[in-house]
Design a protein around this ligand. Structure first.
Ligand code: DX5
Ligand code: ZN
Length: 234
């Protein structure tokens, strides 16, 4: 959650957009009320799909001031971090499995003045981030296996989201807890109740007739009362 506005952040994933009209799609989803644009970078090696690299980030950057949330599904990631930073990424998130030195990778992202994120695959334990919280601005829980949009939400990850909520609150750090994969107006409720503060959605937004309505429906899934910071600790 954005601590200043107490607002749940919605980050549409461009993966589900019309790739022949990326600029227009970006403008439309911004006008529809999106907070960030989520960009899925895939290499056909770390995940079984290929998307795009820094050139697309660079092309989209001048079109808006909206934060660009770059999700790297590439291995190794380290050699490309500078290129994504220079292309205009605001957030750069990596999977711990993409390289042997997560601590160094996060240091490198921060040294470039960008927010650093760690992404946990469904089978990756929360312990993967326990000792790098001081270098982490964003934690992203995958609720599908990375590589494709339009997959079914993996509900076993709700317990992980709740555990991470407690870890973040106990740390006292201003870390944004994102959830990526299978987010719809139905799954958004339980995810927000578990403590997520940023929802990433591809198909549910770009597959909808009205992006604004789709974003509004996901936002409306916000539970009436989220547990407060103190209530969730311990
Ligand atoms: C999957 C990507 C997701 C994907 C989500 O590897 O990280 O961001 O676009 O798509 P939906 O919302 O369709 O599950
Ligand atoms: Zn993603």
């Amino acid at each position: 959650m954005n601590q200043e506005t107490n607002k749940i952040l919605i980050a549409p994933s461009l993966l589900a957009a019309n790739f022949a009209k990326l600029g227009e799609e970006f403008a439309t989803v911004e006008a529809a009320g999106a907070d960030w644009l989520h960009l899925d970078v895939m290499d056909g090696h770390f995940v079984p799909n290929i998307t795009f690299g820094p050139l697309i980030v660079k092309a989209l950057r001048p079109l808006s001031k909206m934060p660009l949330d770059v999700h790297l599904m590439i291995a190794p990631a380290d050699p490309y971090i500078t290129a994504f930073a220079e292309a205009g990424a605001d957030h750069i998130s990596v999977h711990p499995e993409s390289g042997p030195h997560l601590h160094r990778t996060l240091q490198a992202i921060r040294a470039l003045g960008k927010k650093a994120g760690v992404v946990l695959n469904p089978a990756t334990p929360v312990e993967a981030i326990a000792h790098v919280l001081d270098l982490t601005d964003l934690i992203m829980v995958m609720t599908v296996n990375p590589g494709f949009g339009g997959q079914a939400f993996i509900s076993s990850q709700l317990a992980k989201i709740a555990t991470l909520r407690r870890m973040i609150d106990a740390s006292g750090r201003d870390i944004i807890l994102q959830v990526d994969g299978g987010i719809t107006e139905k799954t958004a409720g339980p995810v927000l109740a578990a403590g997520a503060t940023c929802l990433i959605a591809g198909t549910a937004i770009f597959g909808a007739e009205s992006y604004a309505q789709a974003i509004a429906k996901i936002r409306a899934a916000t539970p009436a009362k989220r547990p407060s910071l103190t209530e969730t600790v311990g």
